[in-house]
Design a protein around this ligand. Structure first.
Ligand code: SF4
Length: 293
């Protein structure tokens, strides 16, 4: 009998899944949740060491909730998008106070936590609790676009349709569905990549509508490519680096030295203040949140 798509994908995953620290036996739902916050827009190789340190230091939501925000931002290091760190801290506080220090397993309860969106809620339910929940990230969208729709790229996200597409592929059993979701993500991360997919090594090549059609060029709408150099995101990162590397509050001069364009620098500093990532102590001193000495 010919194996089904889920069977072949799961067999491939059994043999080829990368050994990522948060996939190891004994990882708690909290560990899964921390990994999912960190992995948003940040590559696995940068996340892995920070996640290991983080879990050793704050193994439960209540441990993180008790930490000072400045320590949390320092530990976040250079993962980028540091608002994620404060949102994770806020989510940990809610879990500790309202959920008896246990990460919820229900998607709606997860969605009610600070910083938890559709993807993260379903990823925690699936990977933390082995529940059947469609988990849709960029990689999954690309694999589905190719296998199911015969298109080389997924184009801009379509929340409801993307979830329905992923749901339709999931095995009925909870544990198998959770593993299938992880396998689909893995396929998109290591073989069905955006630039040069490795179809020759792909376990679902026989089912792939795009490959069968001769891999036609994608002509639909595209997402804008994000640049980094010179952007406000880069400037915000530089300013935060100054504060993270200092033992306490820093003078305005130190921030001025981090970026030469004064207009852009001031705009970024204001946005960091608005986001609660930086506090102004007086006319000339700035600090990470809660850090006054
Ligand atoms: S056959 Fe190629 S395009 Fe299709 S899913 Fe596999 S890697 Fe992706």
């Amino acid at each position: 009998m010919v194996a089904s798509l889920p069977e072949r994908l799961l067999r491939w995953f059994d043999e080829h899944a990368r050994d990522l620290p948060w996939r190891r036996e004994g990882t708690t739902p909290w560990g899964v949740m921390v990994s999912e916050f960190m992995l948003q827009q940040t590559p696995v190789s940068r996340v892995a060491p920070v996640w290991e340190e983080w879990m050793a230091r704050w193994p439960t939501p209540s441990a993180l909730a008790a930490a000072a925000q400045a320590d949390v931002l320092r530990a976040w290091g250079k993962l980028g998008y540091p608002r994620r760190a404060l949102r994770l801290h806020a989510a940990a506080t809610v879990i500790a106070e309202r959920h008896a220090d246990r990460v919820p397993s229900d998607v709606d309860e997860l969605l009610a936590l600070p910083g938890v969106g559709s993807y993260t809620a379903r990823a925690v339910a699936a990977f933390g609790y082995r529940r059947r929940a469609p988990v849709v990230d960029t990689n999954v969208r690309r694999v589905i676009a190719r296998v199911v729709h015969g298109a080389g790229d997924a184009g801009p996200p379509r929340a409801t349709a993307d979830l329905a597409d992923a749901e339709a592929l999931l095995p009925a059993d909870d544990a198998a569905a959770a593993r299938f979701s992880a396998a689909l993500m893995e396929l998109g991360a290591v073989l069905c990549v955006s630039g040069r997919p490795r179809c020759d090594a792909c376990p679902v090549r026989a089912d792939c509508a795009w490959l069968t059609a001769g891999r036609p060029e994608y002509t639909g709408p595209t997402r804008p490519v994000q640049r980094f150099a010179g952007t406000d995101r880069q400037v915000r990162g530089r300013l935060l680096d100054v504060l993270r590397d200092a033992p306490g509050p820093v003078p305005r001069d130190a921030l001025d030295a981090a970026w030469s364009d004064a207009v852009q620098r001031d705009r970024c500093l204001l946005s960091l203040l608005d986001d609660g990532l930086v506090e102004q102590l007086d006319d000339v001193r700035f600090a990470l949140p809660g850090e006054r000495h």
